[in-house]
Ligand binder design. Structure first.
Ligand code: COA
Length: 411
């Protein structure tokens, strides 16, 4: 196996993009990635293959055959190109495929990407489209939705470990604060400033953040999860270039080395699981990635974890080994996962605040690790020169899990 480096990343702002199609968003993300390759890249000459993560272009844009279409729109027509799909982990599937393509020696440089154009549908339509990532025989006939599935996990977690919805707001507040420092975030605002806006508009007052979060302006979505516990409906795209370490110094003197890759699965229907507060897919993926990288959870300086709903950040922080079982919520409440904590999680605002165009999310996580490890994250840069970063992107009810460990390397 050849050693593989990340030599550039890019993404669009996440949010509503009414005037752009998925293919337009991919072009924008690629232009951004090209501008981040320190020594430049000639896309027509250098890129040998393209992998595009997109969960459901059929339902969101009535469009299939995405890989070939993307190659055409990106000016790469002629090269091998196809789509990867693993629900919300679709672009991590593109990243894994790109990694294997370069590590195998088949190609020396590939482009991996992700995109989702969700806002073409209304909330009911999006909920229905996303639901095909759940089990259509054992779950959907019962009327289950993704907010509903993660609400079940929250209920079980609170019961088992004596937590509460109020405790969970540590995650909401942190991720909105981090998002307020990220210009590419869909919600570029802290809870306090969102509350202030609503207070002025509605002529009401809130004593503090918690008073707002408990108010009718943060309505229940699926008990106990409320609006601000949910990731939003978003459009966006993300891109990364992977190169063999043998040639990466042609493009940058500051690549990130892909040190660990781990993938895993659990049952799609959560009724098949003995415990909803963990996923064996994530545990397996994390163990495989740590083993390959030769590191432990304690060695990881920062991580991006799939907070599609606030409870999932807590569950993943335990499945990844950052906290003991049942201690993740306490860790969040103590500020240990904040920008200045010992285990900063979702420094870009996470899916909660940055947005979650599902097919683009995995590589957008890589984008944040790139900025942080290179010391380029601006106002939200974590202190102490982080060296090792991890991403954990999951599909469906954490039924597929993909973990990557990246290391800062100077050449
Ligand atoms: N967090 C905070 N605010 C949100 C929000 C979220 N997740 N989603 C929407 N809003 C805000 C909007 O900006 C809007 O504010 P405005 O009135 O100031 O413009 C307001 O809430 C209403 O927005 P709307 O789009 O009408 O909300 P909705 O009630 O139709 O949808 C959810 C809210 C939570 C149901 C929807 O975002 C959702 O389904 N999220 C989960 C998506 C998902 O399942 N992803 C896959 C995970 S596995």
């Amino acid at each position: 196996m050849k050693s593989v480096d990340l030599i550039g990343v890019g993404m669009t702002k996440f949010g509503k993009h009414p005037d752009e199609t998925g293919r337009d968003l991919l072009v924008k993300a690629m232009e951004d990635a090209v501008s981040h390759v320190d020594k430049g890249i000639d896309i027509k000459k250098d890129i040998k293959a393209l992998f595009v993560g997109y969960f459901t272009p059929e339902l969101f844009e009535h469009q299939g055959h995405i890989g070939t279409l993307a190659a055409e729109w990106l000016g790469l027509s002629g090269i091998p190109a196809f789509r990867t799909e693993s629900a919300c982990a679709s672009s991590s599937a593109a990243l894994a495929t790109g990694y294997w393509a370069v590590a195998s020696g088949m190609y020396d440089l590939v482009m991996v990407s992700g995109v989702e154009k969700m806002t073409n549908l209304d909330t009911t339509g999006v909920t229905d489209a996303l639901s095909i990532a759940a089990d259509n025989v054992f779950e959907l006939p019962a009327g289950i939705t993704f907010p509903g599935l993660f609400a079940l996990m929250a209920q079980e977690y609170f019961e088992k470990y004596n937590g509460s919805w109020e405790d969970l707001q540590a995650v909401t507040l942190k991720n909105h604060y981090n998002g307020s420092l990220n210009p590419k975030a869909q919600f570029h605002a802290e809870i306090a400033s969102i509350a202030k806006k609503i207070a002025v508009k509605k002529g009401v007052t809130f004593k503090d953040d918690m008073d707002f979060l408990k108010s009718k302006y943060n309505p229940l979505v699926a008990y106990p999860l409320r609006l601000f516990d949910c990731s939003p409906i978003s459009d966006g795209a993300s891109v990364a270039f992977l190169a063999s370490s043998e040639i990466s110094n042609r493009f940058t003197d500051k690549p990130l080395h892909v040190k660990g890759v781990g993938l895993g699965t659990d049952t799609i229907a959560v009724s098949g699981r003995p415990d909803l507060t963990t996923s064996k897919g994530t545990v397996n993926a994390a163990n495989a990635a740590y083993k390959m990288a030769g590191v432990t959870p304690d060695d990881i300086d920062i991580a991006e974890v799939h907070d599609c709903f606030t409870i999932n950040e807590v569950i993943l922080s335990e499945d990844l080994g950052f906290f003991e079982r049942g201690k993740g919520l306490k860790g969040a409440m103590e500020g240990r996962t904040s920008l200045s904590g010992d285990k900063p999680l979702n420094t870009d605002g996470g899916l909660k605040s940055k947005g979650h165009p599902v097919g683009a999310t995995g590589i957008a996580m890589i984008h944040e690790i790139w900025l942080q490890l290179r010391g380029e994250a601006g106002e939200r840069q974590v202190k102490g020169s982080p060296k090792l970063g991890l991403t954990c992107n999951v599909g469906g009810s954490t039924a597929s899990s993909m973990v990557f460990i990246l290391e800062r390397g100077e050449k």
